[in-house]
Design a protein around this ligand. Structure first.
Ligand SMILES: [Zn+2]
Length: 308
């Protein structure tokens, strides 16, 4: 059974993660919640070597606690990483690379920038569920100067499909965001299928690109524009779209390259879907847990060979 063990306050955090040993112990518990398992032979026990590796007594393989996680090959103390994770999850709207660099006293902006990108990749839970029930779907343009819809051909803009669960009187449930190349039926149907479970009631406007949803297994509800007061027919999506844009402009000052947008969308989704979480410590716990279960990525891969 999973027990959610996390610090509740900054003091609890500071006291608990004051040493490398304490950080390693925490990572160990999240990486191998049922105890060490040898990745080579499946043996259920290991000896710890002087260099801090776990040696399987059965097949002699040596396993690093951080190998295969986002902490792989790091030269910085885990204590510093833990502080980054704590800070990132405790800032409601997230943090810029410059902000993180200052708080941690990192010598290089690039390190802060790379760390944030690594953490963003840990914000997507592998195999996460799709939305269900009543769901509003629409696309919006992100990253351009002018506001606009569908923006086919608009320079510097990226089209993002927004899916929002409509929880009735409770308001907005979970969201999913997905970048698409265009507003064609093919792109939109693929985006909906990736984010919304079949059988859900998907509400869209009357754009023809959504015309294939019914045959894809959804109960498709078309909301036609032109209400009495000129109200938006898809209020939940439009609320999320404006919050997303404000976040990109505020926290990140709009400095998000199209090639990195997916990861910012993941971060926004992570934060939004946990916006009502009472404990920020729980977000910290989730992020560490996901950080040890996703594959590592190098700074080079993140930058795509170019300087941020
Ligand atoms: Zn083994």
């Amino acid at each position: 059974m999973e027990t959610e063990d996390y610090p509740r306050t900054v003091l609890e955090f500071e006291e608990r993660f004051a040493s490398e040993e304490a950080c390693r112990e925490y990572l160990f518990g999240l990486r191998w919640p049922e105890g060490f398992r040898c990745p080579n032979c499946g043996w259920g026990r290991a000896w710890e070597t002087k260099r801090g590796l776990h040696r399987c007594p059965h097949c002699d393989v040596q396993v690093s606690l951080t190998a295969g996680t986002i902490f792989q090959d790091t030269h910085k103390p885990l204590r510093l990483w833990f502080r980054a994770l704590w800070y990132v999850t405790n800032q409601k709207h997230g943090v810029s690379a410059l902000g993180l660099q200052r708080v941690l006293g990192l010598g290089s902006y690039r390190t802060a920038w790379t760390w944030l990108h690594k953490l963003r990749r840990a914000m997507v839970r592998p195999g996460r569920d799709r939305l269900s029930g009543a769901v509003e779907v629409d696309e919006t343009c992100v990253g351009g100067e002018r506001p606009g819809k569908r923006g086919r051909g608009a320079a510097g803009k990226t089209l993002v499909v927004i899916a929002v669960e409509d929880k009735g009187v409770e308001g907005i449930g979970r969201i999913r965001l997905r970048r698409v190349l265009d507003a064609s039926a093919q792109s939109l149907a693929a985006a909906v299928q990736a984010t919304v479970a079949a059988g859900s009631a998907v509400r869209t406007d009357d754009w023809g690109g959504y015309g294939t949803l019914r045959s894809a297994g959804y109960a498709h509800v078309v909301d036609r524009e032109g209400g009495d007061l000129g109200e938006s027919p898809l209020p939940l999506v439009h609320r999320v779209a404006s919050l997303l844009k404000r976040w990109l402009l505020g926290t990140h000052q709009g400095a998000v390259r199209a090639s990195h947008l997916d990861y910012y969308l993941d971060e926004y989704t992570f934060r939004f879907n946990r916006r009502t979480s009472r404990s920020r410590g729980k977000l910290f716990y989730r992020l560490v847990q996901q950080a040890v279960t996703i594959a590592p990525v190098t700074g080079q891969e993140i930058r795509g060979g170019t300087t941020p």
